[in-house]
Design a protein around this ligand. Structure first.
Ligand code: NAP
Length: 255
């Protein structure tokens, strides 16, 4: 697998899955554009990418609740590198809540970050991906495909991401652009803390999640990253519109 000379945009690269993916593309010689809101954490990702042989790294601070900042991303990358080959739509926010307990502010924030930004960014990126015969991997979730209790709005956003993946894959296949998603079950990252869980409550949450996966453990960022690199590579040249479950068997317990 080689991404030598390829320009790869990884959103949400300041943490978790996005950081791992950026590092793995770096190992395969890619030029990386990485986004996040936390400057220190983005610096840490840049350093890891450079230590792992990235051809170059462009850091862009962007808050995905601000549409202008999302729109500017692709221009900044193309201004510097004159091309874009791969878009990894990974940035995402998470909130717990049911129909009765979810505030409308969570609806607006989750749909803006997880769906609208992804749409805007993909729209801006597509002409460049058509030119490079590139591809997209969206980071969705098992929650886009299955119904879980108490995570209503997040699941709705990921279902939208999955349908977006399929529709855009169909629209853009004749133009030579592939679009796939990965749909992980539970992976230990900062996302649960950002949802407000901490201390004993967080430990109990992880314990429940671990037991829920037949393989008997949570997934790792490396396992998700490997699947993303496979889908972004020529090894999957005949795969598009796929929603790829990586779930430790979790979906088997739900059917
Ligand atoms: N962890 C899991 O169990 C799991 C399972 C299925 C799917 N996923 C998906 O995987 C993706 C990555 O999540 P993760 O688990 O790696 O979580 P994470 O460690 O919390 O990383 C989330 C990333 O998204 C960025 N982000 C969040 N809100 C943003 C905003 N308003 N504007 C710009 N960037 C924003 C964060 O940037 P800053 O920190 O710099 O703000 C961070 O880089 C998400 O799409 C998530 O839904 C995760």
């Amino acid at each position: 697998m080689s991404f030598s000379g390829k320009v790869v945009l990884v959103t949400g690269a300041s943490s978790g899955i996005g950081r791992e993916v950026a590092q793995d593309f770096a190992k395969h010689g890619a030029i990386l554009a990485i986004t996040g809101r936390d400057k220190d954490e983005l610096n840490a990702t840049e350093l890891k990418c450079r230590n792992n042989c990235a051809a170059d790294v462009l850091q862009i601070l962007a808050d995905f609740t601000n549409q202008q900042e999302v729109e500017n991303l692709v221009d900044k990358i193309v201004e510097k590198y004159k091309r874009l080959d791969i878009l990894i739509n990974n940035a995402g926010a998470y909130k717990l809540g049911s129909l009765q307990t979810s505030p409308i502010e969570d609806f607006d924030m989750l749909f803006t970050v997880n769906v609208k930004s992804l749409f805007v960014l993909t729209q801006k990126a597509m002409p460049h991906l058509v030119a490079s015969k590139g591809n997209i991997v969206n980071v969705s979730s098992i929650a886009g495909l299955q119904a879980f209790e108490g995570v209503l709005l997040y699941s709705m956003t990921k279902a939208a991401v999955d349908q977006f993946t399929k529709c855009v894959a169909r629209e853009c296949a004749p133009k030579g652009v592939r679009v796939n998603s990965v749909n992980p079950a539970f992976v230990k990252t900062n996302i649960t803390r950002s949802a407000g869980l901490a201390g004993d409550e967080l430990d109990a949450f992880y314990e429940r999640k671990t037991r829920a996966h037949p393989i008997g453990r949570l997934g790792t960022t490396k396992e998700i990253s490997r699947a993303i690199l496979f889908l972004a590579s020529d090894d999957s040249a005949w795969t598009t519109g796929n929603t790829f479950l990586i779930d430790g068997g979790r979906s088997l317990t739900l059917s």
